[in-house]
Design a protein around this ligand. Structure first.
Ligand code: UN1
Length: 525
């Protein structure tokens, strides 16, 4: 048995998303076969004890005490700890990939990307905290002329807020968990982390790694349990300085209501929620290009990304061709055991998710034209990772005639396709208006070879992330800050230059710098 944390060093360019070899297996995964296999054979998902909800005030008191010390550490010290954690995580990539495959049923491709994203979050927020958490002199300005105020200096500082509750989802149990926690810690806050109930094991190992890197145990505590009890108790607890949540719109609203109902200070909420994400394809797009983008965006990760494509709006002049190609390509997708390197689509997370999707499939089969039937799949072999949860859903697609029946985000590999080009949807602007009308605002794809049209449509769309002539998942930290508006969340965007500000309080300090003024003030006092 080899050491699990055996250091693997791979050139960074091998990690990049979308680097496939001819057999469709991610190059990064292919080149790591041996360490991944070693880890897979020896790493098991740890048992994580349930947090006793009665003791939440105790956890909060420990957190508040630890916050005093952690927040006083200079930002460079905190950043150094996060960078150490990033290095450790990078070195333990095979172990964390295995946890993601075994606990969240990720494909190896997705697992490698996710560990990379978590590493990126740690480094990015370490850098960002150092960039913004320096006192800034504010000289003052009027009519474009910079001037000081005579006799005083003014400075703006960012400080930590206190104890943050971080509630993270099962679909990115490492990357989003790490992103939330790293942002709060980098800015000097303490964290009570409540990971999704389905994936506490990955979070447990992540917390162990962060503690080993130097985060004080009191400054980061893991509280595992159901949202209805543990999550609710934490949100309602007095003394919480802020809540950051990624998950469904419904739960975000529940949290918002609970925070509003509390006595005491007004507590900020950062929420990143769902989307009914659309892609508009016009008549100038090349069907051959569109098909790969559609498959990646709608079905990769079994559609379990909030960024995933749900609604394909394709111009009627090329719709038949696009639909036919999507059907053909989707049939070739390999659905099954996520631990198998050739699998494209693994199972959905649990029985509840599976049954919710089945309900939608039934309804859509009833109301619309079936383009890709949701054939039930036999559970994977008994020795596969996923045999405990035979929740395989074959990618499905339906044709709808308008957006009237589109109301819910279906969190799985289910695509709805609408033709546009005549009647109510004669112009692309009317399609964008209808998409805006759904009230979500996360991601949008545009497929057109007319540049000016892409820019004009992008300007009309009320969404956070717009992807032109490419797929619409896999936002890269620091390059494509991620997050939406409306029903899709509060902002600011994770992995972007404004994210950390929300974890901070602002303070201006004004000093009387004239001796005379100072003396006068003293005399007067
Ligand atoms: C989510 O699914 O909750 O762009 C977020 C992406 C990811 C973010 C997805 N970076 O696919």
């Amino acid at each position: 048995r080899l050491a699990l944390d055996n250091t693997i060093s791979l050139p960074a360019e091998l990690y990049g998303p979308g680097r496939k070899n001819s057999r469709g297996v991610d190059l990064a995964v292919e080149s790591m076969r041996a360490p991944l296999r070693t880890a897979f054979l020896s790493v098991e998902v740890p048992y994580v004890p349930l947090f006793d909800v009665e003791s939440h005030s105790n956890a909060l008191a420990i957190s508040a005490a630890s916050y005093q010390k952690w927040s006083r550490l200079p930002v460079a010290g905190r950043a150094a700890v996060l960078r150490r954690a990033a290095d450790a995580l990078e070195h333990q990539l095979p172990k964390f990939c295995t946890l993601l495959v075994k606990e969240a049923f990720k494909t190896w491709d997705d697992a490698v990307s996710e560990v990379r994203e978590a590493v990126d979050f740690l480094r990015y927020y370490a850098n960002e905290a150092e960039r913004i958490m320096v006192p800034q002199a504010l000289p003052g300005q009027s009519n474009g002329v910079t001037h000081g105020v005579t006799g005083e200096s003014n400075e703006l500082r960012l400080t930590a807020r206190g104890v943050w509750v971080c509630i993270s989802p099962w679909n990115f149990p490492l990357a989003i968990f790490m992103g939330q926690v790293a942002a709060a810690l980098a800015t000097g806050n303490a964290v009570l982390a409540k990971p999704a109930e389905q994936t506490p094991g990955v979070a447990w190992e992540a917390v162990k790694l962060l503690h080993a890197a130097g985060i004080p145990e009191g400054a980061l505590q893991l509280l595992h349990g159901p949202g209805e009890t543990v999550g609710a108790a934490l949100v309602a607890a007095p003394g919480v300085a802020g809540v950051v949540f990624t998950g469904s719109t419904r739960v975000a609203k529940t949290i918002q209501r609970a925070l509003a109902a509390k006595d005491g200070p007004i507590v900020p909420l950062i929420a990143e929620t769902g989307g009914i994400n659309a892609m508009l394809v016009d008549s100038s797009a090349l069907p051959e290009q569109v098909v790969d983008v559609v498959l990646q965006s709608a079905f990769r990760s079994a559609g379990q990304r909030c960024s995933a494509l749900r609604l394909l709006c394709v111009h009627e002049s090329i719709a038949d061709r696009v639909i036919e190609m999507v059907q053909g390509a989707a049939h070739e997708l390999v659905c099954g055991d996520p631990a198998d390197l050739s699998t494209d689509v693994g199972p959905v997370i649990d029985r509840e998710a599976f049954e919710t999707i089945q309900k939608h499939l039934k309804r859509l089969g009833f109301e619309s034209k079936v383009l890709l039937a949701a054939v039930p799949l036999a559970p994977p072999a008994i020795n596969s990772v996923a045999f405990k949860v035979p929740n395989l859903v074959r990618p499905a697609a339906f044709e709808i005639s308008d957006l009237a029946g589109v109301q819910d985000e279906i969190f799985g590999p289910v695509l709805q396709i609408m033709r546009w080009g005549s009647g109510e949807f004669r112009a692309p602007e009317s399609v964008i208006a209808a998409i805006n009308g759904l009230g979500y605002g996360l991601t949008l794809g545009l497929q057109t070879r007319i540049d000016s049209r892409a820019q004009a449509l992008a300007a009309r769309a009320h969404v956070g992330n717009i992807y032109i002539n490419r797929n619409m998942i896999g936002a890269v930290v620091g390059v494509q800050p991620f997050g939406g508006e409306g029903l899709s969340g509060t902002g600011p965007k994770a992995g972007g230059p404004y994210y950390l500000y929300r974890f901070c309080a602002e303070q201006t300090v004004t000093v009387n710098t004239t001796a005379a003024g100072g003396n006068a003030a003293l005399l007067a006092g």
